[in-house]
Design a protein around this ligand. Structure first.
Ligand code: 5RP
Length: 238
């Protein structure tokens, strides 16, 4: 009897391929932003192996979850309160379009992820093939991090950009980001101009950051069950 592999497993193979390929782009002595999520986990595991074998790196984690894994893998971390001067940041994405624009925040780490990506000279994005879309947006809602104070007011403003925002919850209560904020998932249509939307959303009082990452990706690694495809965006100037 032939049973075709569930899509979930093929996706996992792609995630792993992308994560493991990224580690070859990390040079000795690099200062590295460490993203968050199930794809980046494979990168961290591979990086941990290299560190064990003698590679010297320092990392800045984008979440507590990543910090804990990095510590377990003996990847040295830089203090939060110093200038990081990162050579590269490596992170996943929920959607990527042909112009390398991203939708992120599915895991709720978007603010820290954007701060770390902006602090790095190169931004390497790891996705499996299922994350590649023609246009960002629908059917995925856009994650927006907001202050818990007045979140209902922020939601009211955000509704103008799509359907009624949904407050993200965990175990029946308000999901809290590592920074203590809330996340609103805003149903959006296909996003025609992500650059414009990214800026307009951040003008709303109470909005701390949104999940659009525009003109940041310098290298995209797409993992598939057959291997990886690596694309570079030469137009990203830092
Ligand atoms: C977390 C993120 C993640 O990078 C994104 O959700 C992708 O995660 P995964 O690799 O688990 O699919 O933006 O806020």
């Amino acid at each position: 009897m032939t049973i075709s592999a569930p899509v979930h497993n093929l996706q996992e193979i792609g995630k792993r391929a992308a994560g493991e390929a990224a580690v070859d782009l990390i040079h000795d002595g690099a200062r590295v932003g460490l993203g968050t999520g199930s794809t980046v986990k494979y990168f961290l595991l591979a990086l941990g192996e290299r560190v064990k074998a003698g590679l010297h790196v320092h990392g800045v984690p984008t979440s507590r979850e990543t910090a804990e894994l990095a510590k377990r893998l003996h990847i040295p971390l830089l203090p939060e309160e110093e200038e990081w001067n990162l050579d590269v940041a490596v992170d996943g994405a929920d959607q990527v379009d042909p112009q390398f624009q991203l939708m992120k925040g599915g895991g709720g780490a978007l603010l820290r992820e954007k701060i770390v990506a902006a602090a790095a000279r190169r931004f390497i994005v790891l996705v499996d093939h299922t994350k590649c879309v023609r246009v960002l947006g629908k059917p995925m809602p856009l994650p927006v991090e907001v202050t818990p104070f007045g979140w209902v007011q922020s939601a009211k403003h955000l509704q103008a950009f799509g359907g009624p925002p949904r407050l993200r919850t965990r175990a029946g209560t308000m999901f809290q980001t590592d920074g203590g904020n809330a996340v609103l998932d805003v149903p959006v249509d296909e996003i025609e101009d992500p650059a414009d939307l990214e800026v307009r959303l951040n003008r709303i009082p109470g909005v701390v950051e949104n999940g659009l990452f525009v003109n940041r990706t310098s290298t995209l690694i797409i993992g598939t069950p057959d291997g990886v495809e690596i694309q570079h965006d030469s137009s990203v100037a830092r």
